[in-house]
Design a protein around this ligand. Structure first.
Ligand code: ASP
Ligand code: MG
Length: 406
């Protein structure tokens, strides 16, 4: 069977008119001889509204009830898609996660799919039907409804592609692909035709909000080829695949940046074992996400400076936790509010010397001061003043010739 998974995001099913267009897209695949399985998100705004309602009822809404509530938006969009396909003369039916069933494990609100029962869907496909499956939700071993985290219908689509052995998984969204950097920030940004899972994972985790990061990890582990494209305009999108499938590697594939970061430096911290752990323990207990961490070598072996970054909206809480932390002592706490992390990403840097130098040189030429540096195998990040972000992105985009996409 030529099974294809088509996933539609919230804006793609955002209005009745959009849903009619989605049905036409589905029909076009059916006509090409595919057996489409549709996975849909809720109509845009619906999930946010439901979350708001849960907060209005109680600031301590029970997680299992929360999942029942916030998963309900998908029921609406899926039945509307099925309804439209029926209207057009096609056999189609919606399936809630529990009806398939899609089995999950883990916490409510952040569950992961562990199995999908194929039987009913396969029979339905064989009978010529088009199944419309709710994204974002499943059922756990207590037969309670679960959800997969915000943006989780991407994960539903990837896992459907895996379990139904689909030939393809297409993620339809409101942008026409993944760009070398945010096109709203830099008009020279170019659509990337093909990108590896690893690079896409970095781009997504660092703020390119095209797909849910954990779903990309699912795709990578299961070797599912993905295409991201727009449901609004007919145009080639971006392919996400394994490194081996990418020829003519570019050194750098894309540039991402963060918007609301803050930097904290503790000056004159005692240099002894366990001190970093003592600093970060209360932060982790309070779910504060620490990003870059740098510790200086202490010249005298007694004291050191420690710098780290967090999201700006967690700055006050972090400052409070540090000042009341009795396990640590330091001379001074310095805060920089308006900083941004700019990262260049590319698997090509593994085999190419001099990338770090080129990055620093390009920034220096534009008089941009680097506050913190961190690197991984396929990424180099610098922390800079927020007001320099656009300038830095533009300089790096030119330096690594990202405007020259083939
Ligand atoms: N409707 C859910 C959300 O808004 C899932 C999704 O959009 O993928 O997070
Ligand atoms: Mg979404």
């Amino acid at each position: 069977m030529k099974i294809i998974v088509l996933k539609f995001g919230g804006t793609s099913v955002g209005t009745i008119d959009r849903i009619k267009k989605v049905a036409n897209i589905v029909v076009s695949y059916k006509k090409k001889g595919f057996k489409p399985i549709i996975v849909s998100s809720a109509m845009s705004g619906t999930t946010n509204d439901l979350i708001k309602k849960s907060r209005q009822i109680s600031n301590n809404f029970v997680p299992s009830e929360y999942d029942v509530l916030v998963s309900s938006g998908e029921q609406i969009s899926c039945s509307l898609i099925a309804g439209r396909l029926n209207h057009l003369g096609y056999k189609s039916q919606s399936w809630m996660g529990w009806q398939v069933p899609i089995l999950t494990e883990g916490m409510y609100g952040f569950s992961r799919i562990i199995n999908i029962n194929k039987k009913k869907i396969i029979n339905y496909l064989k009978s010529g039907g088009i199944p419309i499956i709710t994204g974002f939700q499943g059922i756990n071993n207590k037969t309670r409804i679960t959800t997969l985290g915000r943006g989780g219908s991407d994960a539903s689509a990837i896992m459907c592609a895996k379990f139904f052995k689909a030939q393809k998984c297409i993620i339809y969204t409101d942008v026409d692909g993944v760009y070398t950097t945010d096109p709203n920030k830099l008009k020279e940004a170019k659509k990337i035709k093909i990108i590896s899972y690893e690079e896409m994972l970095e781009m997504a985790s660092l703020g390119a909000k095209v797909m849910q990061p954990t779903s990309i990890q699912d795709a990578r582990l299961n070797r599912i080829d993905i295409e991201v494209k727009s449901s609004f305009i007919k145009r080639e999108g971006t392919k996400i695949t394994k490194r081996k499938n990418i020829l003519g590697n570019k050194v750098i594939r894309g540039i991402s940046f963060t918007k609301n970061d803050a930097k904290i430096t503790l000056v004159g911290v005692k240099d002894k074992p366990g001190i970093a752990a003592s600093i970060f323990e209360p932060l982790s207990k309070n779910a504060i996400n620490v990003d870059m961490v740098v510790q200086n070598i202490s010249a005298d072996g007694k004291e050191t400076d420690l710098t780290f970054t967090i999201k700006s909206d967690e700055l006050l809480k972090t400052q409070r936790l540090i000042s009341k932390n009795r396990k640590i002592s330091f001379k001074e706490l310095i805060v920089h509010k308006d900083v941004s992390k700019v990262s260049i990403i590319g698997v090509g840097m593994i085999a190419t010397p001099g990338v770090t130098y080129r990055m620093f040189q390009a920034l220096a030429k534009h008089n941009i001061n680097i506050l913190v540096i961190s690197t991984s195998e396929i990424k180099i990040s610098v922390l800079i003043k927020k007001k320099n972000t656009a300038k830095a992105i533009s300089a790096l985009h030119k330096e690594f010739e990202l405007d020259k996409q083939k």
